[in-house]
Design a protein around this ligand. Sequence first.
Ligand code: BDR
Ligand code: CA
Length: 309
Amino acid sequence: MNRQKIIIDTDPGIDDAMAIHYAFAHPHLEVMGLTTIFGNVFVEQATRNALFLTEQAKQHIPVSEGAKQPLRMPPNPPSHYVHGDEGFGTMPAPNPTRKPDPRPAHVFLSETIRAHSGEIILCPVGPLTNIAKLLEYDAEIIHHVKKLVIMGGAVDCAGNVSAYAEANIWNDPDAADMVFAADWPITLIGLDVTSQITCEAKDFHQITATAPVIGGFLEQIASFYIDFYHSIMSRHVCLLHDPAALVSVTNPSAFGYEEIPLEVIIHGEAIGATRPVDHRRPVQVAKSVDPETVRKIFLDICGQCDRIF
Ligand code: BDR
Ligand code: CA
């Protein structure tokens, strides 16, 4: 069977690591590369962490470094309180031996997507700066991407960094608005659905039972993430934001969608909000989810993470 080719644009990050290992372990996905972006951590940390994840899973794929900062506004500080100082909870900085691809992320994306025209799903799970730079660098790329599946936004619900905005969109609203304005197919997996998808410590323990190496790593970093969510939600759970985007690639029917043209508010109190607008190509927005199904799929696949050895 032909595996679905994907590239993940990422700021690892605890839930990014979960999403990436899910993708590596999934028998129907072929990860063609990772591109990195500032957000949860500085971009240099994101690149180092992404290289570490590829080494853990013995995936000899390119990791290409992207933007250090948003298109126009100054960068927000990294969210170390959510993901830890180095991105993986209390884990010290990893020290991978692999080196990044020499190309900047937008060049790597353009060349790789064109080399497999119509075949690659681009899955950004961080701020959208690299994707906006890709559009600036290669406007015709919209005809070569199969589709984008983006983790971001809060269309019909409250944000997580302000009353209005979700973190990935808020970290570069100008870039996000450019991406929604372009004429390419987008599926948006935002807080409308990801805030319903939870995992507990015992779920990660279950992953470790069948995948002691990578599952054990995910269990270790999840504990920091669960402590963060406990501090804001008073529940011993974490939300599976970035994994949900990957599950929507492999199991789209776990979600219900509405076609909504979107813009991003780029100034003022509501900066980073994702709002319906007229006269744009509609985005396929996930508005409902079967959270139990997504959780089970995630646990099942991550429970096989060590099988690649
Ligand atoms: C998003 O922001 C980041 O903290 C997470 O990795 C996820 O991509 C959730 O709002
Ligand atoms: Ca992320």
